[in-house]
Design a protein around this ligand. Structure first.
Ligand SMILES: Nc1ncnc2c1ncn2[C@@H]1O[C@H](COP(=O)(O)OP(=O)(O)OP(=O)(O)O)[C@@H](O)[C@H]1O
Length: 361
């Protein structure tokens, strides 16, 4: 592929929600996602430390015949937080209830859920940092004392009716543990931080998923897909399904390295996992602004995208990959960015002065 052809003027058609390499679950085929979920800790690939620690927490609770401590899982989307919460329930032989912070806007919403939990049930609260303040305060007491005060009435006549709850295990998930207020964070008995996966771990995820989907995949084919999956199992599984389509329609159904390469080329996911939007941002930064520094607003206009899309959708991965740096003076491309797009940096690339000074933050 010739990176010089990367469009720099617009990234039309790359809406965040439609991206093959988006780690979020929006638009995901829920049935397939569920079918590919590991069902127990043994099947769960990678995250060795979290897995080992959690295994101890759960075993100890089982031996005591007690409900497991509350668990907080933090990490980027698509790394397996929901999967792990289901595994916790399965390992404890308990049912699971799934909800999310944004769905609980009133304390009453939370009271209704808590009061209907069965003894030992696992309550999975995704995006726990997005819960409303009153609900959050109710949760403090529920987590600590298995009790809530339900307020009936308004104003001076309002009364608080205490309600006993059965012991339950709260599994909270957040993309940013730092956003949680300390009183909430402190009430979790165990906190597990989930990291991005190594390519070898993603290869194992891919082999397992291919088996479940009844697709033949060669080790090189899995390695090729893993390298483009941005450290994220959800993306790996999604790319696998697209490559499977290609292998089925254009070849004999077997996923080899060359089939994976060609198929992901069709979907514009490059060897490092960058898609069209990522390359448009990087291309504009290099070709129009000599590698920066350039302000986010200027860069966004240049690629024809909203500021938020560039900042929240494209940049985090580019920064993580060491291709782009956010500096107080604006966005700057790293030498690796020039290399990745097959371009040669000008003499003063990334430097201070020259024409770069023209572009404001
Ligand atoms: N460790 C793993 N081993 C195998 N497959 C995994 C693993 N982690 C995640 N997956 C797969 O990735 C997909 C996404 O996982 P999951 O929904 O648990 O992510 P998440 O962290 O909860 O994402 P979000 O924050 O967007 O809800 C699932 O289909 C699951 O099969």
């Amino acid at each position: 592929m010739n990176w010089d052809d990367t469009p720099t003027d617009t990234a039309a058609g790359t809406e965040a929600g439609e991206r093959l390499v988006d780690a979020g679950a929006a638009g995901e085929d829920q049935a397939i996602e569920a079918a590919l979920r590991p069902k127990n800790l043994g099947e769960f690939v990678g995250q060795e430390r979290v897995r080992e620690q959690l295994d101890l927490v759960l075993r100890a609770a089982r031996q005591r015949g007690a409900t497991a401590d509350h668990v907080l899982l933090s990490g980027a989307p698509g790394l397996g937080k929901t999967t792990l919460s289901m595994i916790i329930a399965a390992e404890m032989g308990a049912p699971i209830r799934i909800t999310s912070g944004p769905a609980i806007q009133h304390a009453g919403d939370l009271a209704a859920i808590l009061s209907s939990l069965a003894e030992g049930e696992v309550l999975f609260l995704d995006e726990i940092h997005r819960m409303s303040r009153p609900a959050e305060e109710m949760l403090y007491m529920a987590m600590e004392d298995f009790r809530v005060d339900v307020v009936v009435g308004k104003g001076p006549g309002a009364t608080a009716i205490p309600l006993e709850l059965p012991p339950f295990t709260l599994v909270g998930a957040t993309t940013r543990a730092g956003l949680l207020p300390p009183p909430l964070r402190d009430r979790f008995g165990f906190t597990g931080h989930m990291d991005f996966y190594e390519p070898a771990e993603l290869e194992r995820v891919l082999h397992r998923s291919a088996q479940l989907l009844d697709v033949e995949i060669e080790p090189d084919g899995a390695a090729e897909i893993a390298g483009r999956s941005r450290g994220t199992p959800r993306i790996a599984n999604r790319l696998l399904r697209r490559v499977r389509d290609y292998a089925q329609v254009k070849a004999d159904g077997v996923i080899t390295r060359s089939i994976a390469e060609t198929a992901l080329g069709v979907y514009e996911v490059d060897g490092r996992g960058l898609d069209r939007l990522d390359r448009a941002v990087l291309g504009a930064l290099l070709k129009l602004f000599g590698g920066g520094p350039v302000g986010l607003s200027t860069l966004s206009v240049a690629v024809g995208e909203e500021r938020e899309t560039v900042e929240e959708v494209a940049e985090p991965f580019l920064v993580r990959e060491g291709l782009l740096a956010r500096t107080p003076r604006g966005r700057v491309a790293t030498p690796a960015a020039w290399e990745h797009l097959g371009l040669r940096p000008p003499q003063n690339a990334g430097g201070s002065g020259g024409q770069q000074g023209l572009f404001g933050v």
